[in-house]
Write a protein that binds this ligand. Structure first.
Ligand SMILES: C[S@@+](CC[C@H](N)C(=O)[O-])C[C@H]1O[C@@H](n2cnc3c(N)ncnc32)[C@H](O)[C@@H]1O
Length: 193
């Protein structure tokens, strides 16, 4: 009985945490599917990144349960890969996974990526939502070096013209957008709310 009650409390706390952080960040920790990940990797093959001397870090903004961050760390073994995630449960799960299957080049931080300095990025990967993309655009324009790549799943960076777009082979044909800094600006209209 006590065990059942304890389990129930734990489940309720987990649900409350997930819901609370979904409200706080504006998005739930839905993971990138393998089909979308495949398009991300086609868009940014290792040779397309800045040389490591120019900084060379791969960032995942909102790394969720860690599946894509781990795939990125495998894909770019010579790069430091840094994931930022605010929601405690997915972050904890990703840390546990990393503890079980360590990757020397991967760091998973429980922090707000909007407060991080991305100036040494070679590649920024994200799967967020339109409001976050608007906030992120100004930050990326301020901080990223020329030549750095930005890959966004599902949502474009408003006002930027993508260098390439690929559609995933899933039922939504999820678009994946590639940008190279400095991006070509599409139109002033895109700045409107
Ligand atoms: C749709 S999920 C994507 C998860 C992972 N990137 C993937 O593709 O599998 C978006 C994640 O971004 C996180 N997030 C949103 N805003 C954030 C912020 N400002 N700082 C850190 N994480 C954030 C959310 O908590 C959520 O887990």
């Amino acid at each position: 009985m006590t065990l059942a009650l304890l389990s129930l409390v734990l489940v309720l706390v987990a649900i409350a945490l997930l819901l609370g952080y979904t409200i706080r960040t504006g998005i739930s920790p839905v993971p990138t599917t393998p089909r979308v990940a495949a398009e991300i990797f086609i868009l940014c093959p290792p040779g397309s990144l800045l040389p490591p001397t120019a900084g060379g870090v791969v960032y995942e903004l909102g790394s969720g349960w860690g599946n894509l961050a781990i795939a990125l760390a495998k894909r770019f073994p010579e790069r430091a890969v840094v994931g930022y995630e605010l929601s405690p449960l997915p972050w904890l799960a990703s840390r546990l996974t990393l503890r079980l299957w360590p990757r020397a080049n991967l760091v998973l931080r429980r922090a707000d990526f909007l407060a991080a300095d991305l100036g040494d990025a070679a590649l920024v990967v994200c799967y967020l939502y339109p409001g976050a993309m608007r906030r992120l655009r100004d930050k990326l324009e301020r901080e990223l070096q020329a030549g750095a790549l930005v890959v966004s799943s599902a949502f474009p960076v408003p006002g930027w013209r993508p260098a390439a777009v690929r559609l995933a082979a899933d039922q939504y044909e999820t678009p994946v957008y590639l940008y190279r800094m400095p991006p070509e600006v599409e139109s002033e209209l895109a700045d409107e709310p």
